[in-house]
Design a protein around this ligand. Sequence first.
Ligand code: GDP
Length: 199
Amino acid sequence: SVFRHAHFEISIARPQDLPPPDAAEIAFAGRSNAGKSSAINTLVGHTRLAFVSKTPGRTQLINIFRMRDGAALVDLPGYGYAEVPETVRKQWVRLLESYLTKRKSLIGLILIMDSRHPLTPLDQQMLGWFAPSGRPIHVLLTKSDKLTRSAGAQVLAAVKRQLPEWEVMPGQITVQLFSSLKKSGIEEAESVVAGWLAP
Ligand code: GDP
């Protein structure tokens, strides 16, 4: 699998410090608390990887992991964290915009959404910034264990109906249910990203 045993490489505070855009990058983005760190830990297969730094107001970092085939997994700062001053939140959203619209080596985006609150305005903003590139986006609807089977199926169908709004080509944006707690959805996510890395 593509993510298994990725290893931590570096944390950076500013996008200027990103490594040269030589290797393919897969970025993970999501609203703070949506379950991004848990999803990365689950996909990579060990805990303590995307270490959780939840101190309010603290500078958030971009964590970079190296996957087996040389591609980078880029863990972007969570957005929308209510406890952070407005100015800091705006600064991080600007960073995300710049990274998602300009980064040449970014070949695909994994967008993490809490399955109980999908497609928040900031999630839609991320789609609006990255989708025009024509590159693929895969949405993980996390914490699906908190929904009944039928509620999960309903959320999945509703999000599937809305995603084409941002697509510049059919099938560009895909979506699935995911649970780090139940370890469900891992194989589906892996196979989507494997397809990005070796089309
Ligand atoms: P992040 O801020 O997006 O990195 O979110 P975290 O991964 O730190 O998770 C936020 C909270 O949601 C934590 O309390 C996690 O234990 C919880 N959480 C994350 N994923 C799941 C999941 O799949 N199921 C359940 N029930 N809780 C989860």
